[in-house]
Structures are given as structure tokens and as C-alpha cells.
Design a protein around this ligand. Sequence first.
Ligand SMILES: *Cc1c(COP(=O)(O)O)cnc(C)c1O
Length: 237
Amino acid sequence: MAALGEGDIAARLRAVQGAVAAATAAAGRPPGAVQLLAVSKTQPAEAVAAALRAGQRAFGENYAQELRDKARQLAAPEGPLWHFIGTLQRNKVNMVVGTAALVHTVDGAELAAALAARARRLGVVQDCLVEVNVGGEAQKGGCAPEALGALLDAISAEGGALRCRGLMCIPPPAEDPEGSRPHFARLRALRDEHARTPRAHAELVELSMGMSHDFAVAIAEGATIVRVGTAIFGSRA
Ligand SMILES: *Cc1c(COP(=O)(O)O)cnc(C)c1O
């Protein structure tokens, strides 16, 4: 399918914003409690620019090189606020640190150390989330729930160059959005549990969960960031 035109993207964005607002209200949560992240991976820079003109500010990218290239193309004072949401290899952290406002996918102490080292070199503070493998899927990234405490300790021990803001998950694929609910509930319970242990440079406020097909369920379960691609930009090439 060809990339959508500007008017289509604007209309789809408005529909998603409306659905996010409706789900937020239905969950009895205050307006603005949920941030919409527009996932623009594999979409051309023009599609990002169109959504930006339609009022969308935060965009999620999955590939370090694509993030770097689009950030260069769209650099402007009122340009996108980028988030990195893909699997991150340690040898690619240079393309991401300082460019992404939030890295959603920290899943081990070695990656955390690499991000912190780069942030120190640049003299910036890099915000991140810890990705948790809530479904226990062998092939998937993310930290095992049992290993979460130790990873938060490791981030804290980096001394402030890397700051943890919360948790993220990608549940196992399910036809029915209700299939994601127990996984979202699990992530929220893990957040509540680990938030009880005070740690420097780790404040677990954000829950990044929910995509095009299940963001309403995620919002009902406490998501603060939903990551929506297809519903805004159409299907990916
Ligand atoms: C691609 C992607 C999304 C968006 O998925 P859609 O189904 O297109 O909304 C969200 N989160 C992550 C981590 C992704 O890789």
C-alpha cells in the first residue's frame, strides 16, 4: 500500500486522539493522563511531517539508523520529539542517546551501561523505560519479571546519566485485544510493586503499553503512553 496523503493522516490522527480521549474518560482517568506516541517506523519523513503539522508531537522509531536519518531530515525547533521503541544493540547507542527523548527498550545491565556511558560522554541525561517480557516468550526481548529489581538497581548505580521513568511491554500477539489485558495488568502490578523500593534515578511513573489494536484495553489498565502506528499512518510497506 502506498503511503497515505496528508489529509488522510490528519483525519486518522484525529480519530485516534478521539479514541484515546474516550478510553481515558471511560477509565475514569483525567484528560491528558495518556500520551499518544505516533509510531512512524518505515514511514517516510513526509508522513511524519504531515502528522506534525496536524498537531502530533511525539514519534516512535524502531531502528537506530532510521531514527538518526529522520531526526536529521526533520530537525527544527518545533520538530518531532523522538522516542526509540525498537530492539537496541549496544553498538548503535550512539545514534540514539541524546536524540531520543525516551528509550523504551532497556532490557539488561550491559545495554544500560552502554547508554549511560554515551550519555556521560555527551553530558546529557538519557531517560529510559525498562522493557519487561511479560508473556515469558523465549524469542522476545525484555527483561524477565524476576530480573527487574536487579536491572533497576543497575540503572540506579549508573549515577544519574541514565534515568528510568517506568516500564514498557509488548504482549504476545493476540487476535482479541482482551488477550492483552492480563499482560498489561501484570506490567502495572510490577510497576506498583517495584515503585515501593526507593531508588535513585529510577522513578516508575510511566507505563508504555498498547498499540493500534489494543490501546483502549491498555488505557483501562493504566497505560500512560500508547504506541500507535498503523491506525495513524496505515499499513507499513
Ligand atoms: C510497530 C510497533 C508499534 C505500533 O504497532 P501498530 O500495530 O502499527 O500500532 C508499537 N510498539 C512497538 C514496539 C512497535 O514495534
